[in-house]
Design a protein around this ligand. Structure first.
Ligand code: NAP
Length: 355
């Protein structure tokens, strides 16, 4: 069942006209005026607009820089391939990644196929185990144990979600910390949360978000950052990472009062919610940097698939107000796989004492 973009924006959003009075986008001198929208303006509104109001900042001429995750991920894959060749020449060893897939979810099968292809493209050897939906937890644990003991496997990834009869915690905890390339082992997350401790691995999606900020020269230190979402795999580790980089971090979640007001204070926003176009232009501080992790299918009769993918952030509105923004698709998504490859290379280097 797909949500529709318009449905997700049913909350009333007040129209804000943003007049930039200095030439630079980073200027804090913006005038905000609330005005009413005519029915004509509504019909020409962005695809994110609710039926009653739009954000007139859309009409501004300046546009945010696009943070191109696809291109950055390509560069990172090339860097990894070069490192793997160097490692192979020097030690005769190449990194290995084992992926365990349980069940027949099409989306999971696609993710696993893409990971396998990505591994091949950089020279990582991939090992794949596909188990039936009704397999037992013991069976999965048995494979994890054998991969834990196999020196040619440097990383182990269990594709989530697992079937409901399995205990995800038991299974993820069974992956030895040295091969936990997903970074979900509580020991890795615990170290991430503590001062002066280093996790062996950082979860791939939040790591990819921070890497994008670094590669685009966005300074994090001392900045106000808001992470929307607090899941174990994205929101929470993203907030920890930003804090480690000396940002002042607020976390917005489903029970947060005034999420719009809090988000509007942020110089950097990372959104990982799973609600199409939830973050409207009026939530964005002018000149801020927006990393949109959300991948949400919305109905689109014009698309051959009948749907298209959008982020958590209304791109059309936000890109007129922010200084830089990731698109969906083509932003964080490709970075997640690139970071998985990077974690696997790091695991192999560590296991083979290769610098
Ligand atoms: P999740 O486990 O469902 O977590 C969603 C988070 O958003 C929760 O913390 C939830 O708050 C919060 N939330 C839900 N509705 C909200 C609202 N109306 N206002 C504020 N916060 C709200 O999702 P996830 O696994 O983190 O994934 C989030 C999105 O990122 C999804 O679209 C997913 O497809 C995408 N994703 C993309 C990648 C990638 O590679 N690009 C990787 C992973 C995930 P509570 O904690 O209060 O429930």
């Amino acid at each position: 069942m797909f949500s529709s973009a318009a449905d997700s924006c049913s909350r009333r959003v007040f129209l804000i006209t943003t007049l930039q009075v200095r030439p630079t986008r980073s200027s804090s001198a913006f005038l905000r005026t609330s005005i009413t929208v005519s029915s004509h303006a509504r019909t020409s509104a962005s695809p994110c607009s609710s039926s009653s109001v739009v954000n007139a900042a859309m009409a501004a001429e300046t546009s945010a820089k696009v943070i191109d995750g696809k291109s950055v991920a390509k560069v990172i894959r090339e860097e990894i391939a070069t490192e793997i060749s160097r490692m192979k020449e020097s030690t005769g060893v190449v990194p290995g990644l084992a992926v365990i897939l349980v069940g027949d979810r099409k989306d999971s099968a696609t993710y696993v196929r893409n990971k396998k292809k990505a591994c091949e493209s950089v020279g990582i050897k991939s090992y794949e185990v596909c188990l039936a939906e009704d397999s037992s937890e013991q069976e999965v644990l048995k494979y994890i144990s054998s991969f834990n003991d196999d020196p040619s496997v440097n990383g182990i990834l269990v594709q989530l979600p697992l079937p409901s009869h399995m205990n995800e915690q038991n299974i993820l905890n069974a992956v030895c910390i040295e091969k936990d390339v997903d970074g979900f082992n509580p020991l890795n997350i615990g170290r991430l949360a503590m001062r002066d401790r280093e996790p062996l691995f950082v979860p791939c999606t939040p790591k990819g978000c921070i890497e994008l900020l670094h590669r685009y020269g966005v300074s994090i230190k001392g900045k106000r950052a808001v992470v929307i979402g607090r899941s174990n795999i994205v929101g929470m580790p993203a907030a920890l990472l930003l804090q480690r980089e000396d940002a002042t971090v607020s976390i917005v979640h489903s029970r947060t009062k005034n999420p719009e007001e809090i988000t509007r204070e942020a110089d950097i926003v990372i959104s990982a919610v799973g609600q199409p176009n939830m973050v409207r232009g009026s939530w964005i501080k002018p000149g801020s940097v927006i990393i949109d992790v959300g991948i949400n299918p919305v109905e689109d009769a014009k698309s051959p698939r009948g749907y298209r993918l959008v982020g958590d952030v209304c791109y059309e509105e936000a890109s007129k107000i922010a200084s830089a923004i990731t698109p969906v698709p083509g932003g964080v998504g490709p970075m997640t796989i690139a970071m998985l490859l990077s974690n696997t290379l790091a695991a192999a280097k560590r296991a083979n004492s290769f610098e």
